[in-house]
Write a new protein. Structure first.
Length: 155
């Protein structure tokens, strides 16, 4: 897999927050461990309450995370994801349910790193794994700050 083989436009992996601490060698180490997946528009990747163990990086397209709101009678868009965004999880508890439904808004190309891929990455390329975890931690801190800012605007 090459940068140019990921979609219509080359994927600038080094600009994606998840890979912000990675080097070119790390990206090469990930080649055999990630799976490129194409999804047509309006595809549901998972539903709220389902479990999953794949971390997706959006290389092209547009996705939405939606939350059920029985009291309002319609779902709310919680987040939107575009090229470079990361969504999903692989935690120690692979049975943890997703808190939202994830669906494509338009045709999308995603890279999937499964928990099995993570185990191989940690064994074969521990420095790459460490840099990836640093990027994941940074990404989560940024999301927590954004969530706090949104919450403040409600009060």
């Amino acid at each position: 897999m090459s940068e140019s083989g990921l979609g219509k436009e080359p994927f600038a992996w080094h600009k994606a927050p998840l890979f912000s601490f990675c080097e070119a060698r790390d990206w090469e180490n990930l080649f055999g461990l990630v799976e490129k997946q194409d999804f047509p528009a309006n595809t549901v990747l998972w539903r709220e309450g389902e479990s999953g163990n794949c971390l997706y990086c959006v290389t092209s397209g547009h996705l939405e995370a939606v939350k059920k709101t029985p009291e309002w009678g319609k779902p709310i868009i919680i987040a939107e994801f575009h090229s470079g965004a990361t969504v999903g999880a692989f935690a120690a508890d692979d049975d943890a349910p997703h808190s939202t439904t994830l669906q494509t808004v338009e045709s999308s190309v995603l890279l999937c790193l499964s928990s099995a891929g993570v185990a191989i990455l940690q064994e074969k390329f521990p420095l790459t794994a460490a840099r990836l975890w640093r990027g994941a931690a940074h990404l989560e801190l940024c999301r927590l700050r954004q969530a706090n800012q949104r919450l403040v605007t409600l009060f």
